[in-house]
Design a protein around this ligand. Structure first.
Ligand SMILES: *Cc1c(COP(=O)(O)O)cnc(C)c1O
Length: 359
């Protein structure tokens, strides 16, 4: 039997329904690529902007969630990685490398696999959420588990790439920042320039840098409200943190590479970079899951935690960036719902009680 594909219906004048334009193609005139460049794409970008009625009600503003977990590997890193790996492949690179708290590793491993080039990642030992580790391994990357933290891993890969022909794909790479700015374009288009404030978690500070660049290119300047975890808040403290600690592993970073850019984004937009505690992060994480039906990873919930903590401060249209998908970190999800599972014998009365009784 031969399989015959069903022709896809077309949206008037556009691509067939069910297809999706690679991010670089969509914004080619604003990215450092030329028509005809061979692209490494997994159809990233064009992510949903979801209304959040419960959070809107609480803060008294119209709040939307930019669902970056809907990218192919489950985080916004794919926007930057399609650019970084396309450029590396175009320039003849044979290998890419990164230090990672997990999502950069997962994304670089997938895009390198797609491009047919080697990928190595250095991750802090025992500090990577399980989903991210699974992704990185399954795409065939060489995984080096470092007996140290993210900041030390980044110092080492910078040293390594200074003396070897391997492309560094952390957010020191300009292509990463360029690719990630496209999320700001999408929000700008969706809200027709009407955004007042953007809430975003801040780790290495590449993403807040990217969004600000994107909004500036669109000629708007919403307030950039960045949030760091209390135990990993160098930008708030004003100095690097030697031993950063937080449940939000994706932002467990003590010395961000985009330090100056992030401070400029906050200052120039009349925004700020402030802290949220792990308790506040986890309570926003649960609220998103219980009430909005949205399962993001803990770091992503820092954006909502910040909005809930400090309020909308007069902004009417607010977007919180949910940077990564909840399934990446099943350990935290399960640990925070410990004891909610009901075990039951095979007996109708017991089942009745378990299903209908007081929780
Ligand atoms: C990378 C990452 C962040 C932090 O972004 P930076 O550009 O490092 O500030 C936040 N959340 C998730 C899920 C991430 O993967």
């Amino acid at each position: 039997m031969t399989f015959k594909p069903v022709p896809l219906p077309r949206i008037q004048g556009g691509a067939p329904v069910g297809t999706h334009v690679p991010l670089i193609e969509r914004y080619l005139d604003r990215l450092p690529f030329e028509p005809g460049d061979k692209l490494v794409s997994l159809q990233e970008g064009s992510t949903p902007l979801l209304q959040a009625p419960v959070i809107s009600e609480i803060v008294g503003a119209t709040v939307r969630l930019k669902l970056e977990g809907s990218n192919p590997t489950g985080s916004f890193k794919d926007r930057g990685m399609t650019c970084a790996v396309s450029a590396a492949a175009r320039d003849g690179a044979k290998a890419v490398i990164c230090a990672s708290t997990g999502n950069t590793a997962a994304s670089s491993a997938a895009y390198a696999a797609r491009a047919g080039i080697t990928c190595a990642v250095i991750v802090p030992e025992g500090k990577i959420a399980q989903g991210k580790m699974a992704q990185t391994l399954v795409h065939g990357a060489r995984v080096i588990s470092l007996r140290g933290n993210f900041d030390q891993a980044l110092t080492l890969v910078r040293e390594l790439t200074a003396t070897h022909p391997i492309v560094l794909v952390n957010s020191v790479n300009e292509y990463r920042i360029e690719g990630q700015k496209t999320a700001a374009f999408e929000i700008h288009e969706a809200l027709e320039g009407g955004l007042d404030a953007l809430c975003i978690p801040v780790g290495n500070a590449g993403n807040i840098t990217s969004y600000w660049r994107g909004f500036r290119e669109m000629g708007t300047s919403p307030r950039m409200l960045g949030f760091q975890a209390e135990g990993a808040a160098p930008l708030v403290a004003g100095h690097p943190i030697e031993h950063p600690e937080t449940v939000a592993s994706a932002i467990r970073i003590g010395n961000p590479v985009r330090w100056e850019d992030a401070m400029a984004a906050a200052t120039d937009s009349r925004g700020s970079i402030r802290t949220v505690s792990d308790t506040e992060i986890l309570s926003a994480y649960q609220l998103l899951a219980y009430r909005e039906g949205m399962f993001c990873e803990p770091a992503s919930a820092a954006s909502v935690a910040g909005l809930l903590k400090y309020g909308a401060e007069g902004a009417e249209q607010v977007v919180c960036v949910l940077t990564g998908r909840g399934l990446k970190d099943p350990e935290t999800a399960i640990a925070n719902n410990d004891g909610r599972m009901i075990t039951c014998p095979v007996e109708i009365a017991a089942i009745e009680e378990a299903v209908l009784g007081d929780p």
